[in-house]
Design a protein around this ligand. Structure first.
Ligand code: ADP
Length: 546
């Protein structure tokens, strides 16, 4: 082999913010703060202050490799920590505040976090937590002296005081790009949460893929609204992709309700917004209820939807009401998260609107760096014909090779593929379609029924706010689908009307055996349907047909 003669510059997270400060110093970061007002700063400011973070941490005795936790919404200070903590060689551990307090306590202990940075809104949570995590050396509230609360947290430190005392001169250390940069725990709907440990290299490569035109096409002309939280898989990598591309970033802070999100979209002239279906449902309901005209007021061109399947009805609503194209994407915490992105091919240009919606229902094609295969129960590869549904396995440089501290043991097969736990089809053009989580598929008479397809068909009914489908026991068929529906306020939808609506929209033998109406569906900490809890809620339920 002949070795190449290119320079060996490591791919480090710090190089992203230094690039941003050099090449698009004035591009703006707009944040809705916990203190109230909107805050505006630039990539140059974030770079300068992240160097101060690195100096402040060094002064606190933090050494490379130690974990530094955050409990914080999306905002500029959180972004400074993204760069300051990882840049100095420590590991940023972003905690999802929506986890149960016992889970938060568990992961702080498991990660052996040394310091915890938190937003003002989380004081009650941290007051309780502080007693239970003696290993944490200090708690830093992310505000200034004027807003410093009176509270019961031992040795409380103030973020702006720490930065005020720190120099902004700092040479980022150069080290092996495989060094850990950040840590994010999966939400652990079964068992304890497990830690996914990203590296500098994986984070930079993933950001590149996100910026690519056939990825999420993040560029300097975009204004991004990060509705996806910075504690959920690094806000899908957007703080890194933003610095790489110079995209203007808008951070919503704690306010994720429809009205607040709409106001940011309008006032900050957002072009691309990213988030899970749950928040978009709230936005669409707000627009509907308030009779707004987003087409006239906004310049939103694209909405990236991932985390759960983007229902056709939602994609249609964004097209018709907002004039915005839904970019459906799929991924997971273990994948940094982006795996596939649903952009259209040239041949789709002649398609009708309905035909394009057919494509947009799929989760899209793998970005370079992600290899996918689908296999049957025996591990044999299935054809990529858009029909055969199998277990989805992936490998690539931003996909985990094992959980932190080896929880769960070996998780990749002999060829290095990781089992996503999803069931999917892949068509001839390479478009992936997720049909279910493997533990949620409904097994009816030896065949599989896709709960996701049924849910998406149900939410297309104008009276349905949200829908979930679970398998209910059946003597003859083993399992049959039960549809659980939340009606929109004031709607009087009946079981019969609902089932009639599904006729012709899904295969006949998929039509649920029954419909139950509830006021609310259970969700996980990342806003997904909590099927496990739903199955528990309906464990004594008997289908009329059973
Ligand atoms: P959690 O912590 O809730 O597991 P993740 O974001 O890691 O959060 O969840 C990943 C899972 O979410 C995937 O394995 C898949 O089941 C589901 N998912 C993500 N994106 C989509 C999508 N576009 N369509 C359907 N399911 C999705």
């Amino acid at each position: 082999m002949l070795r190449g003669l290119m320079q060996e510059r490591p791919l480090l997270v710090s190089s992203l913010i230094e690039h941003a400060a050099r090449c698009h110093p004035q591009a703006e970061i707009v944040s809705r703060t916990s203190e109230g007002p909107l805050h505006r700063c630039t990539y140059a400011d974030i770079c300068r202050r992240s160097r101060q973070v690195a100096n402040a941490l060094t002064a606190l005795g933090v050494v490379p490799g130690e974990r530094i936790a955050t409990l914080a919404w999306n905002g500029y200070r959180h972004m400074e920590l993204y760069y300051g903590v990882s840049g100095m060689g420590a590991v940023l551990h972003t905690i999802n505040p929506r986890l149960f307090p016992e889970q938060i306590e568990y992961i702080v202990r498991h990660a052996e976090d040394q310091f915890l940075f938190f937003d003002l809104g989380f004081i009650p949570l941290v007051e309780k937590l502080a007693q239970a995590v003696p290993g944490v050396r200090g708690f830093v509230v992310m505000t200034d002296r004027a807003h410093l609360p009176v509270c019961d947290i031992p040795g409380l430190l103030c973020y702006e005081d720490l930065l005020g005392a720190a120099s902004d001169a700092y040479d980022w250390p150069q080290f092996d790009e495989h060094t850990a940069s950040s840590l994010c725990y999966t939400s652990g709907t079964t068992g304890n949460p497990k830690g996914v440990l990203y590296s500098h290299r994986s984070s930079v490569l993933h950001a590149w893929a996100a910026c690519a035109v056939d990825g999420l096409a993040i560029g300097v002309a975009e204004t991004l609204l990060l509705v996806v939280p910075m504690f959920h898989v690094n806000a899908w990598g957007m703080p890194y992709a933003g610095a790489m591309s110079g995209a203007r970033l808008v951070m919503p802070g704690p306010a994720l309700d429809g009205k607040s999100v709409y106001e940011l979209l309008r006032d900050e002239q957002v072009t691309l917004a990213l988030g899970v279906p749950t928040v978009w449902r709230m936005l669409l309901q707000h627009v509907d209820g308030a009779g707004l005209k987003p087409r006239d007021e906004l310049c939103l061109r694209r909405v990236v939807i991932g985390g759960s399947s983007a229902p056709r009805a939602m994609t249609e609503a964004f097209a018709n009401t907002f004039g915005a194209f839904v970019v459906h994407a799929w991924g997971m915490t273990e994948m940094s998260p982006v795996g596939t992105v649903c952009n259209l091919l040239p041949k789709h240009e002649d398609y009708t609107f309905e035909q394009r919606l057919d494509i947009q229902e799929k989760q899209g094609r793998a970005v370079y760096g992600v290899e996918m295969k689908i296999v049957d129960d025996q591990g044999e590869r299935l054809p990529q014909d858009g029909q055969a549904a199998g277990h989805l396995l992936v490998r690539g440089p931003w996909i985990t090779s094992g959980y932190y501290r080896d929880e769960g043991g070996g998780i990749v097969d002999a060829d290095g593929f990781f089992d996503t736990g999803d069931v999917a089809t892949i068509d001839l053009d390479g478009y992936l379609q997720i049909t279910d989580r493997s533990k949620d598929v409904i097994k009816s008479g030896g065949e599989w029924i896709s709960s996701i397809a049924l849910e998406n068909a149900a939410v297309a009914h104008p009276a349905v706010a949200e829908a979930a489908v679970i398998g209910a026991a059946h003597d003859k068929w083993q399992e049959r689908p039960l549809l659980v529906v939340v009606r929109k306020p004031g709607e009087a939808l009946t079981r019969e009307t609902m089932l009639e609506f599904l006729q012709g929209r899904v295969a006949n033998w998929w039509i649920p055996d029954d419909v139950a109406f509830v006021d609310e569906l259970p969700h996980t900490a990342t806003g997904k349907l909590h099927k496990l809890r739903l199955r528990e809620m309906f464990k004594d339920y008997r289908l009329p047909s059973a």
